[in-house]
Design a protein around this ligand. Structure first.
Ligand code: CA
Length: 220
């Protein structure tokens, strides 16, 4: 697995690189947005760690351009901005996760591994997270061994959560992914359907993150 670090602070880039190499990852480092973008568009890169404040092209610009050509590659944003709104905005802009500086290497590694695992699951036929099992071919769901009957919207919503375990998904993200254009602006449909899923599975499974959205917990 190859990780690209786009980070202009050499000390932080070296800290991450050292840790990832010790874990057996291949690592490339880009100290600015232009080089970062050029490297990130290569198919050899399996995951991108992206600092937002970069000389030249900013992390946000890089992310937007990268998403146009490689929508699938996981991107974890490294950010000193710890306001919830900034985080959610970055996730809406196509980041898969974020880590707030300063972070420990263990924390970063856990996020990297979680994203690479969920990439593995993208091509899987069965998603199996937090005791919930979804069979994407037969559209059936099981929870702790029992079969749970779901409508197609409930299934779509749960599938979205299972593809992003432990990640905060905003209402808008969930509406875009599950309902597409087919929803009223300002609708509380996400809240209603999260309620349905909680009733059918477990109250604890989906957590409300105030002002940000919802998070599916891989270990309730
Ligand atoms: Ca920086």
């Amino acid at each position: 697995m190859n990780v690209l670090i786009v980070e202009d602070e050499a000390r932080i880039a070296a800290f991450i690189e050292r840790g990832l190499r010790a874990e057996g990852f291949g690592v490339q480092v880009a100290p600015d947005g232009e080089l970062g973008y050029a490297l990130a568009t290569s198919e050899d890169v399996d995951l991108v760690l992206l600092d937002l404040l970069l000389p030249g092209m900013s992390g946000e610009q890089l992310l937007e351009r990268l998403r146009a050509v490689r929508p699938q590659v996981p991107v974890i944003v490294l950010t000193a901005k710890d306001a919830v709104e900034d985080r959610v905005r970055n996730l809406n802009n196509g980041a898969d996760d974020y880590v707030t500086k300063p972070f420990s290497f263990a924390e970063l590694l856990a996020r990297v591994q979680a994203r690479l695992r969920s990439m593995d699951q993208q091509s899987a036929v069965i998603l199996d997270v937090g005791g919930v099992e979804l069979d994407l071919r037969s559209h059936t769901a099981r929870y702790e061994g029992r079969e749970v009957s779901l409508t197609s919207r409930e299934f779509g919503l749960l599938e979205t959560f299972l593809r992003h375990p432990d990640q905060v998904l905003s209402q808008v993200q969930l509406m875009d992914r599950v309902w597409g254009y087919d929803f009223e602006p300002g609708s509380n449909v996400v809240e209603v359907y999260v309620g349905y899923l909680r009733r059918k599975f477990d109250k604890q499974l989906i957590e409300t993150v105030r002002g940000a959205g919802y998070r599916f917990r891989s270990s309730p």
